[in-house]
Design a protein around this ligand. Structure first.
Ligand code: 467
Length: 296
């Protein structure tokens, strides 16, 4: 296996296909093939959208973030590829052949039992515990940002919105939203733009809902929420309506076939007051105890 390395030479990086578009970047599947004999390894290469050079500073922060993460449940950083004249750079990551969790769930939903869903949940929880230990807040935890490394391993990816919580505060406040995934946002994130480990826990509850809904489009958080607040609500008003129904204690409905203990876990993640939500550490115990129930 090729050694871990930081710098990839552009002339050996061969484009294979487009994987998708993440937060302000696009990711391609490439083969890094210095010997030119197709024995090189497959990698996922992320670059800024051409017209979004303005985000170079954010992109460099994303690279700084992902290169500092070493965890089995987080997509691995492989290195950097400087383009001609060092004008732009590309982020090289490991390529996970099973693809995004959403695609995997659609294909394999009939082979997945509660135990496997709980195994994925515990791996995401461990990845988030690790992120929190470094004071990182992911801010975009959602099934679309989880990758599948194999039938029994998932990893957190896409650190484009990740921020470090300042040492003197318990939360990070953003100035404005991009195209924000407000359906995964905690109430305080919607109303006060505050992001913390506790708002990541709220999003983890939404990921649990996605897992136990097998990421079905008909039951995805956005669609279920719009059914509640009315799909004629658009733009900034959507956030205000969503915040109101959450304040009135509306929550995503229990997914079909979801064990009561798992729905109760989601509801704990969705406590309106952030301090009342469990830590990722405590969630790990709750998941373990649900796994025990499945063993009996
Ligand atoms: C924007 C991008 C490319 N989208 C996709 N990646 C991969 C995909 C498949 N295998 C991969 N291996 C590594 C990486 Cl970084 C992506 C993939 N497969 C499908 C995608 F839509 C992505 O980054 N999504 C966020 C992630 F899922 F990664 F959290």
């Amino acid at each position: 296996r090729q050694q871990e390395q930081e710098v990839f030479e552009e002339r050996h990086l061969r484009f294979i296909s487009h994987l998708g578009k993440g937060n302000f970047g696009s990711v391609d599947l490439c083969r890094y093939d210095p010997l030119g004999d197709n024995t090189g390894e497959l990698v996922a290469v992320k670059q800024l959208q051409p017209n979004k050079q303005a985000n170079m500073a954010d992109f460099q922060k994303e690279i700084q973030t992902i290169s500092s993460l070493h965890c089995d449940y987080i997509v691995k950083y492989r290195g950097i590829c400087y383009s001609a004249g060092r004008l732009s750079m590309r982020l090289v990551m490991e390529y996970l052949p099973y693809g995004s969790l959403i695609g995997y769930m659609e294909k394999c939903k009939h082979t997945l039992n509660t135990r496997r869903l709980l195994l994925f949940a515990s791996q995401i929880c461990k990845g988030m515990e690790y992120l929190q230990s470094l004071r990182y807040v992911h801010r975009d935890l959602a099934a679309r940002n989880i990758l599948v490394a194999g039938d029994t391993l998932v990893k957190i990816a896409d650190f484009g919105l990740t921020k470090i919580v300042p040492f003197d505060k318990e939360y990070y406040r953003v100035t404005q939203f991009g195209e924000s995934p407000i359906f995964w946002y905690a109430p305080e994130s919607i109303s006060e733009y505050k992001f913390s480990h506790k708002s990541d826990v709220w999003s983890f509850g939404v990921v649990l809902h996605e897992l136990f809904s097998f990421c079905e489009l008909s039951r995805n958080p956005k669609r279920l929420t719009l059914q509640r607040i009315g799909s004629d609500i658009q733009g900034p008003m959507m956030g205000a309506h969503l915040h109101n129904v959450l304040k009135d204690n509306w929550r995503l409905p229990v997914p079909a076939m979801c064990p009561p203990k798992v729905y109760s876990m989601m509801m704990q993640c969705w406590a309106y007051t952030s301090e009342d939500r469990p830590t990722f550490f405590h969630l790990q115990d709750l998941i373990e105890s649900s796994l025990q129930d499945e063993r009996e």
